[in-house]
Ligand binder design. Structure first.
Ligand SMILES: C[S@@+](CC[C@H](N)C(=O)[O-])C[C@H]1O[C@@H](n2cnc3c(N)ncnc32)[C@H](O)[C@@H]1O
Length: 299
């Protein structure tokens, strides 16, 4: 097992410079009057609560044909739950677990290194920078990550360069109308409530692309055998506390990092949780997942 940090000269990092936000398991924050840096994840809580992500990821993993000897790059490995399942399918292979978040990589390493040893390496890199420092893989697997990345054309060019000829990209991320109800509620609150003013005029951290846009971008990056499609994947939570913890940890880290007061962050989470009580069924996130299959041509 090796750890390599490819972010040092080109990716900002909040994790080592900002303390955790007080009183809550949410993200740490950048300086109030600077451009906010990417919020750091509460990786241990993510590992515990991101159960929908594991359920969504299993069929994605099943789409990747493997003989067990390949090297597969997990793009945005997070805390490593699905990386472990990938490793289980590669008894004589290797996984390069890539993530921008130091906290997520540390959590992944904590779970994976004792069990998989040298079969997994950890690389801290920003997939949005078109510089993956000479990494090479037979295939790329990715779940719940691409929608956090702004420039999908650049992302797909970087991933194409990483793949060996004939290698597959098998991925899933949020797309299309993903969490549209939640996004509308946030917009409504931001308009009405100045205490969440750190969000005013901000388009949000996500790129929820359509299947058509994604197919075009993949083709422009040089991929072939392209298949893209959207599926509804609503996720329900048993009660208000678990809904709130989930959105705070998994969905709204970047939002919360932009709100300068604890009261403002509470307003946002309280408002969204109260609204979610009126969902049918209650406390449901209207997730939509964008599936991606593509291949780097042999020549
Ligand atoms: C919702 S988590 C998904 C983690 C895991 N794949 C799963 O399905 O549970 C998204 C991950 O993408 C990572 N990420 C977001 N933007 C990234 C970027 N530009 N470069 C590398 N990783 C990124 C985050 O740090 C986070 O670990």
């Amino acid at each position: 097992m090796t750890t390599h940090d490819a972010t040092r000269d080109h990716a900002p990092d909040a994790s080592s410079e900002t303390p955790p936000a007080a009183g809550r398991g949410g993200p740490s924050r950048g300086q109030a009057d600077e451009m906010p840096r990417p919020a750091e994840w509460d990786a241990a809580t993510y590992h515990r609560v991101a159960i929908p992500h594991v359920d969504w990821g299993q069929p994605v993993l099943a789409r990747l044909p493997l003989d067990g000897t390949e090297t597969v790059l997990d793009a945005g490995c997070g805390s490593g739950r699905l990386t472990a399942e990938l490793l289980d399918r590669l008894p004589r292979g290797h996984v390069i677990a890539v993530d921008r978040s130091a906290a997520m990589l540390a959590e992944a390493e904590r779970h994976l290194a004792p069990r998989y040893g040298d079969r997994v390496s950890f690389v801290r890199a920003d997939l949005d920078q078109e510089r993956l420092d000479g990494l090479q893989a037979d295939h790329i697997f990715s779940t719940a990550t691409f929608h956090w990345i702004g420039d999908h054309g650049r992302l797909f060019r970087a991933l194409h360069d990483v793949l060996r000829p004939g290698g597959r990209l098998v991925a899933q991320c949020g797309g299309g109308p993903n969490i549209a109800r939640l996004r509308t509620r946030i917009a409504t609150l931001v308009e009405a409530e100045p205490s969440v003013g750190g969000l005013a005029g901000w388009p949000g951290p996500w790129t929820f692309a359509t299947p058509e846009e994604t197919a075009e971008r993949l083709a422009a990056a040089g991929f072939t055998g392209i298949e893209t499609g959207l599926i509804a994947a609503p996720a329900g939570f048993p009660d208000a506390a678990r809904y709130r913890e989930f959105i705070a940890t998994v969905v709204l880290g970047e939002h919360l990092a932009r709100i300068s007061s604890e009261a403002g962050r509470d307003d946002l989470l309280g408002y969204l949780t109260a609204k979610a009580a009126t969902d049918d069924p209650p406390f449901t996130l209207d997730y939509w997942r964008l599936n991606i299959n593509a291949r780097r041509p042999l020549i």
